[in-house]
Design a protein around this ligand. Sequence first.
Ligand code: HEM
Length: 404
Amino acid sequence: MCASQIPDPHDPWVGANPEDPAHHDNPVPGWTQLREQAPVHLTPLGAWRLSRHADCARLLRETPCGMRLEDGSHPAEGPEIENGPGRFMLEVDPPRHTRLRKLVAKAFTPRAIEAWRPRATELVDELLDQAVARGAMDVVADLALPVPSILICEMLGIPSDDREQFTQWTAHATHLLVAHTAAPEVVERGRIAAMNLAGYFEARVAERRGDLSDDLLSRLIRAEEEGDQLSPEELLVQAIGLLIAGFETTIGLIANGIRQLILHPEQLERLREDPGLAASATDECLRFDGPIPVTRRFLHVDAEFGDFVIPKDSQIFAYLGAANRDPEVFDNPTSFDVGRSPNPHLAFGGGAHFCLGSHLARMEGQEALTGFARRIETSRLVETKIEWGQSLFRVPGTLPIQFS
Ligand code: HEM
């Protein structure tokens, strides 16, 4: 069957209009409505949306699809196909994607990440010492932001003093991940930020080439697979891409996670009493309030989802946040349970583009969340309304709390 959906004329977005600020502030009711009433939904703008866990997982893991059309072109870019080195791995499909991902993954192994855990623990403790001494904290400025930013600087082997500068550049540059749909001024600001990042990294890579060590940048320079290496431009784009993909998202995991722990004091208490729950608590934060609620693909074949055959070349969005609360997969999906197991959430996407930084994100999240539970006995949110940051993702710009 090839059918087009007849939208409810009163609400063609079925309660989940991405442009609606109320939906952005609290997307959960809209996601529920979408999943229950139109789990396979053709939007008024002509893209499709999937919101059931089974459909999202099947799209990402099993259905022939990609970040571009099957011939490598992109509908928003015109007929010429960009095969040059200037693309981050998340923007391209195999075989180009396979090659880039393999080379970067060489420098980014779970073992290399795990070696940084003691430093993450130490850093969280230092930051919380300072906050406790002050008697209050902004969870974003004082913990969620400095943990990934100081750690990535140290991992890359670049001076921590430079981090304020590229913190802002990376927030602005996240919007380039959706450059085809973002407002022109937002794209322009993102491009300027990306140029600044490129200039900055070019200088750091040049320094490093003469003096390779064991840091992440040196590992990326050295990364080699069957005689193949990243070209200088590829290296630059992938290094910046890692920063853009990994930095704001981790701030979101830590800040949203701590917010949920404060809103669920009995769960915070459980984590405090049993630090062995670090891994399941972090994954529950990702499921319940993850920073990236949606990812997208283009179909490379006609594909059946629900009652529809969605035609090849359609743009299709997987609503990871909605899938992560699907009662078909999760018991009591609306309850926040730091001991939840199993927890097959889709917060890191799936298939060929499954988040390459999931080990790093989880390790930082685990250390920050358990550190907070260990050190901060009682706390309360100063504001119940969230002030969002400047990035594309669901990341608060500030989260003041008081110790009481
Ligand atoms: C809580 C933190 C994070 C979340 C929720 C997250 C989530 C995601 C998601 C949803 C995708 C797209 C997957 C898809 O479409 O199937 C992705 C891709 C990616 N992420 Fe993460 N991410 C996080 C942290 C990180 C970190 C710390 C890094 C590295 C420093 C990173 C590097 C990447 C890369 C390189 C890709 C592209 C992979 C590819 O195209 O093969 N991410 N991430």
